[in-house]
Ligand binder design. Sequence first.
Ligand SMILES: CC(C)(COP(=O)(O)OP(=O)(O)OC[C@H]1O[C@@H](n2cnc3c(N)ncnc32)[C@H](O)[C@@H]1OP(=O)(O)O)[C@@H](O)C(=O)NCCC(=O)NCCS
Length: 169
Amino acid sequence: MKAKTPSESLTILTDLVLPGETNPLDSLFGGELLARMDRACSIAARRHSREIVVTASVNHVAFNKAVPVGSIISVEAKVSRAFHSSMEIFVDVWRECIETGNREKVNEGIYTFVAVDADGKPTKVPLIAPETPLEQERYDAALRRKQLSLVLSKRMLPKDATALKKLFE
Ligand SMILES: CC(C)(COP(=O)(O)OP(=O)(O)OC[C@H]1O[C@@H](n2cnc3c(N)ncnc32)[C@H](O)[C@@H]1OP(=O)(O)O)[C@@H](O)C(=O)NCCC(=O)NCCS
């Protein structure tokens, strides 16, 4: 299976923040943003694998800045690393100022998706060949994040998390 680049999976969802999607402070409701992020990551994972995919874990989300009603936000996802059947997807959320066109990063997240066959069984996906320094940085750290997620979900014993242990040696 030929390796693919992260940009081949790039997915950008641009949409408005409408009043029905906000909290009492008139800012985007966190669950609404998570759903948009999950959707973008799911499409990126499907573009990379060309298979059915399911969310296996949400490894990290940071709500760095509130997003007021009426904002235009772009949710941008791409696969940062692929293992056997699992893929790590980075998702960056940008707010666009409509007057100036300037963009400000408001949020980011890291999701894990797994490609599955019609019976829901994990299936192999292409590897990733990073192209830019940022893609390489995300690729290099992905194994540590995968092992941390597996330890936290009790799918891996801490003693087997070799990439994590290296951090403390
Ligand atoms: C995710 C799922 C397919 C894993 O299936 P499984 O039979 O446990 O398979 P495995 O243990 O072989 O794991 C498959 C891969 O997922 C990875 N994985 C599973 N759980 C993970 C977690 N919490 N964090 C990171 N990776 C995880 C494994 O490391 C493995 O990766 P690899 O094949 O690249 O090495 C299964 O648990 C599932 O279907 N979960 C429900 C998914 C769902 O409903 N999501 C929400 C709606 S889309």
